[in-house]
Each structure stands twice: as structure tokens, then as C-alpha cells.
Unconditional design. Structure first.
Length: 386
């Protein structure tokens, strides 16, 4: 295990009714001006908006609304939110939604505190923001675990980059599985696959021999697979959703990453696919993963073989490591089909004449991956996904 420091700044309030129970006391400790940030309006249809608004009013807050945060949030939307936050002297941002709203607000909280352009400040001057508007998250869609980290994935449309900016950690997160009941099933599946992908991408980093972080990781993967199956079978199974919302948070709260350098090559490729096509994140990952993993097989054989046995419950009897590794990729591919995720870009509406070379060329090559991909090989991967 590598050396590490571990501490966690985000306080989690988990369970049905958590907002009504815990939010008033939390809000009592922050200033009067709260920005309520949300997406395209699902929270107005399912009652979450009304419930939160009534809590905010009851504790005497001045509420400024910032709505319309889109999936794959843009840098322009960040700037719009930062302007509103500055103009209204916002003391706290309450982000209500999935990864897109939660990410967008992380960057707003930093951008509202500096006059320079945050993208240039972080990516050109290699600066780190040090002042933030405090934030709380109310998770309505599980998968990204974005409420548990301080990285935000933002699309800069002018630069054609979907990349990470570093913002603040949330002071608190409300995880109420009942709030996820109205998630479209497509999002339940793609979010769950995203969480599974976070586990796998963490697992595939180094060190590669058995370690405690990976053993906890294997349990998370088994949990996500089992509870996605249960949720598809019975969408009102709140206990399965409780497991999924917490498993997704576990995948991103740092515990699985303790002592590890992570991989995340599939993510880097998918993010650039998103920059060029605005595709659904979890669906893009589902298409890319098996193809990328077949390219990684020689280097990743030992870890894949362990996943076959410890996660996918494949018998090792009479099989060598290579056979088990291949069976892992087959099991993953079969699961993707079983849960109804796409297996080709064409099923996601991504045109065959998309500029895949530009996507591969602009993809970050990750340091933690057991195989060092070249941009040419990433282009081969993308072409095999079409
Ligand atoms: O916008 P509304 O109307 O709220 O609808 C949303 C959106 O259309 C809907 N939704 C959310 N909760 C709902 C609901 N609909 C009905 N009932 C509910 N309770 O779901 C749709 C998708 O939401 P979105 O937030 O876009 O999805 P997700 O949570 O998958 O977030 C995706 C974004 O997160 C980034 C992705 O790249 C993408 O931009 N990621 C962030 C990560 C991080 N910060 O750690 C890690 C991930 O790897 C990922 O890259
Ligand atoms: Zn992801």
C-alpha cells in the first residue's frame, strides 16, 4: 500500500426524511442568503422543490433560485451561476440534483470568489482556488458520487474539452433514497453503471496486488450489481436504492482509493466523447469499458482474473489466469446487455462520422493505468465502439 493521509470534510445525512429532519439545524448555522440550484425541473414535478423551499422559508432564508443546469454542465452555465451568486451576496449554495448540478455548483462556489477566469486560473496558471461559498448537496440521482469529492466535470464548449476543475468539498450531503424514486430507469441504470465503473477504474490502478482498499472495492462492485438487478426487477424497492445511493457515494468518498493511484482511462476517453457528442456519461462508459478492457487484457490479466472470481463469482476450477480474465470481460459485457445499457455508439445516437480522431487526440492519458495507451490505440478503441 502507498503512503496516504485520509480525512473527510463532507457530513452525510442519510435516509428517508433526512432533509426534514436534519436540514433546519444545518441551515441555522449558515448566513441568510441561500442559492437554490437545480436542473431542468424534475424537482418541481416530484415534490422535492416544495419540500426544500418550505424548509428554507421556515428557517427564514432569502432564497435566490438558479435553475436549468443541464446534464454535462457547461462552463458558460458556471459563469451564469457565479454572476448570480455574486450579485445576490450568496452565503450558501444548496445544490439539488444529480452529478451535473452538484458539479456545476462546486465551480460556481469558487468562481464567485475570484475575479480571474477560473478555467485559465486552474489549467493555465496551475492555481488552486482557496476561497469558496459554502455548499450543501441534496442528491436526487445516484451514480456519480459527486457529492463526496471536490472534482467537477465541466464542458468548455469553446475549447471542446470536458475536463476536471477543482472546487470545494460539500460541507454536507443529504442522501435520501426516496428522492431518487422518480429517476428515469435509464438514469438509474446509467448512474449505477457509472458507480461500478468508478470502482473498476479505482481497482485497476496501482498497487495491483491484493490490498484492503481493493477488497472493500470488490464488495462495492458486488453490491452495485446485485442492487441494480433488484431495482430493475422492482423499481419501488427502496432498500435496493438505499444500497445504490450509498455504494455510489462509497465509490467516490476516497475510501476505495486509500493507498492507491487510480486508473480512470475509460473515464478520460468518455469525457472527451461527451465534449464532442453531449452523450449520457454512464452509457458512454458502458460501450467503452469492454472494448478498452480487451485492449488491456495482457497487462491487466491478474486483476481481471481476481474480479472474475471475487466479483462475478466465476469458478476458477481448471482455468488459467488468462481464461479467467477473458471470462471477466465476457461477464461484464453480458451484464451490460442484461441491464439494457448500449453496447455500441450507434445505439446512443452517436453518428459514425463523429470526429473520433479529435476525441482520441484530446483525451488525457492516465498515469495509473497498467497499460500505457497511446492516442492511436484510443482511436482504435473508439472505432471498435461504433
Ligand atoms: O435536470 P433534471 O430535470 O433534474 O433531470 C435530471 C437529468 O435530466 C434527471 N434527474 C435527476 N434526479 C431526478 C431526475 N429525474 C427525475 N427524478 C429525479 N429524482 O436525471 C438526468 C441526469 O442528471 P445528471 O445530473 O446529468 O446525471 P448524473 O448524476 O449521471 O451526472 C452526470 C454528470 O456528472 C459528471 C458526468 O461527467 C456528467 O457531467 N461526473 C461527475 C463526477 C464527479 N464529480 O465525481 C464523476 C463522474 O465520473 C462523472 O464524470
Ligand atoms: Zn463516472
Amino acid at each position: 500500500m502507498n503512503t496516504f493521509t485520509y480525512s473527510y470534510p463532507t457530513k452525510v445525512y442519510f435516509g428517508e426524511g433526512a432533509a426534514a429532519k436534519d436540514l433546519p439545524a444545518v441551515l441555522a448555522k449558515v448566513g441568510k442568503n441561500v442559492m437554490l440550484a437545480y436542473g431542468g425541473g424534475s424537482i418541481k414535478k416530484n415534490g422535492v422543490y416544495d419540500e426544500l423551499m418550505s424548509i428554507l422559508k421556515n428557517v427564514g432564508k432569502n432564497v435566490t433560485e438558479f435553475s436549468g443546469i443541464m446534464s454535462n454542465p457547461t462552463y458558460a452555465k458556471v459563469q451564469e451561476g457565479a454572476k448570480i451568486a455574486k450579485e445576490n451576496d450568496i452565503d450558501m449554495i444548496l445544490a439539488v440534483g444529480g452529478g451535473s448540478v452538484i458539479d456545476c455548483c462546486k465551480v460556481i462556489s469558487a468562481q464567485a470568489k475570484i475575479s480571474e477566469d477560473l478555467w485559465d486560473f486552474e489549467t493555465q496558471q496551475h492555481g488552486s482556488p482557496s476561497e469558496f461559498i459554502p455548499m450543501g448537496a441534496v442528491v436526487t440521482a445516484f451514480g456519480t458520487g459527486a457529492e463526496m469529492n471536490n472534482g467537477a466535470v465541466i464542458t468548455h464548449e469553446g475549447k471542446m474539452i470536458k475536463g476536471a476543475l477543482w472546487g470545494a468539498f460539500y460541507s454536507f450531503a443529504i442522501l435520501d433514497p426516496a428522492y431518487t424514486m422518480t429517476m428515469p430507469m435509464k438514469q438509474v441504470i446509467s448512474g449505477s453503471f457509472d458507480a461500478l465503473s468508478h470502482c473498476m477504474e479505482t481497482y485497476m490502478g496501482s498497487p495491483r496486488e491484493t490490498n484492503l482498499s481493493d477488497e472493500i472495492n470488490e464488495a462495492c462492485q458486488r453490491n452495485i450489481i446485485a442492487n441494480l438487478r433488484k431495482t430493475i426487477k422492482n423499481p419501488t424497492d427502496i432498500s435496493a436504492r438505499s444500497e445504490l445511493i450509498w455504494a455510489a457515494a462509497m465509490a467516490e468518498n476516497g475510501i476505495l482509493k486509500i493507498g492507491k493511484v487510480t486508473d480512470f482511462q475509460a473515464h478520460m476517453l468518455e469525457h472527451q466523447l461527451g465534449a464532442y457528442t453531449d452523450c449520457n456519461h454512464g452509457q458512454g462508459l458502458a460501450v467503452i469499458h469492454p472494448v478498452l478492457y480487451r485492449h488491456m487484457l495482457p497487462e491487466a490479466q491478474a486483476q481481471f482474473a481476481r474480479l472474475a472470481v471475487n466479483v462475478w463469482e466465476i469458478s476458477s476450477d481448471g482455468k488459467n489466469e488468462k481464461q479467467l480474465a477473458e471470462e471477466f470481460i465476457n461477464a461484464l459485457s453480458d451484464f451490460i446487455i442484461e441491464v439494457g445499457q448500449p453496447t455500441k455508439f450507434s445505439e446512443m445516437g452517436i453518428a459514425a462520422d463523429t470526429d473520433f480522431k479529435a476525441i482520441a487526440d484530446s483525451t488525457v492519458l492516465t498515469g495509473g493505468c497498467c497499460k500505457k495507451f497511446t492516442k492511436d490505440e484510443l482511436l482504435e478503441v473508439l472505432n471498435e465502439c461504433v
